[in-house]
Design a protein around this ligand. Structure first.
Ligand SMILES: Nc1ncnc2c1ncn2[C@@H]1O[C@H](COP(=O)(O)OP(=O)(O)OP(=O)(O)O)[C@@H](O)[C@H]1O
Ligand SMILES: [Mg+2]
Length: 261
């Protein structure tokens, strides 16, 4: 379909006097899953927030399914980004709500469906992530991996075309990582297009066909896995295979918090 997909063109963004993005380009075509790679603090989460219109870019263009989102009134923006759901870094579940309430929250707020219908959707989405039995638990009672799965179920409730994943596997054990990557691939098979941001290469390669690499505010690479591995780009090589020199190459490393979240 012409005009579909999500696009950033020459987007620049600074915050607190610090340049996060400069002339950043991104294309998420329907059906072509992409991962944006970059070190911690590079600006990956910022890209997702800009795509959602949560804050305006300083310059450049951002469009969702052919509609330019800068300067849209709030109500229209909500409508335009309706095909997008986000699985936030850390899950971002509401602690005071049960798992079921978390998953059904957006549908309840929209007020278009009956309670029974919402319950049916909630059970179906929780079934997809294998957590029907957790429906009455609170987030505090869940493991990190379970929280991520609930966050995925919540994202699915609104039947999105695009799902953004912010560090979907960070902090999980290998089985948890496998589980989340498997869920993501099953979603892709169902026709959802995913945009993942992560510093984890293993996850990136499991779930995407295209890769963007963000370094020092700029897009320094865009391409396939094969192209990524073969790229003759020193910063990329340092990212793929870190060495002592990487400590100095990546700005913000010295003194920065590089704990995984
Ligand atoms: N409101 C803000 N005020 C000042 N600086 C900010 C603000 N929000 C983000 N930043 C800075 O912008 C940079 C990019 O942040 P962002 O969260 O997008 O990075 P990230 O690539 O997602 O990192 P991580 O991998 O750790 O999640 C960081 O250096 C952060 O400190
Ligand atoms: Mg982030």
């Amino acid at each position: 379909m012409p005009g579909t997909g999500i696009r950033m063109q020459r987007v620049s963004y600074s915050v607190g006097g610090r340049e996060i993005l400069r002339d950043f380009d991104l294309t998420l075509e329907k059906g072509v899953d992409r991962t944006i790679l970059g070190v911690s603090g590079a600006g990956k989460t910022t890209i997702l927030k800009l795509l959602l219109g949560l804050m305006p870019a300083d310059s450049g263009s951002i469009s969702i399914d052919g509609v330019e989102i800068s300067e849209l009134p709030e109500a229209r923006l909500r409508e335009v980004r309706r095909p997008i759901a986000v699985v936030f870094q850390g899950g971002a579940l509401f602690d005071s709500m049960t798992v079921g309430e978390n998953v059904g929250y957006r549908l309840l707020e929209e007020g278009k469906r009956s309670e029974q219908e919402i319950e049916r959707v909630v059970l179906e989405k929780l079934g997809f992530v294998g957590l029907e039995d957790a429906i009455d638990l609170y987030p505090a009672e869940l493991s990190g991996g379970m929280k991520k799965r609930v966050a995925i179920a919540r994202a699915l409730a609104a039947d999105p075309d695009y799902i953004f994943f912010d560090e979907p596997t960070t902090g999980l054990d290998p089985i948890g990582v496998f589980n989340i990557c498997d869920l993501m691939r099953r979603l892709q098979q169902q026709g959802k297009t995913t945009l993942t941001v992560t510093h984890d290469l293993h996850t990136a390669f499991q779930v995407s066909q295209r890769f963007s690499f963000l370094h020092e505010s700029r897009l320094v690479f865009e391409g396939t896995k094969e192209e990524l591995l073969a790229a003759d780009l020193e910063v990329l090589q340092e990212f793929l295979t870190p060495s002592e020199r990487s400590l100095f190459r990546f700005t913000g490393w010295v003194g920065a918090d590089h704990e995984t979240k």
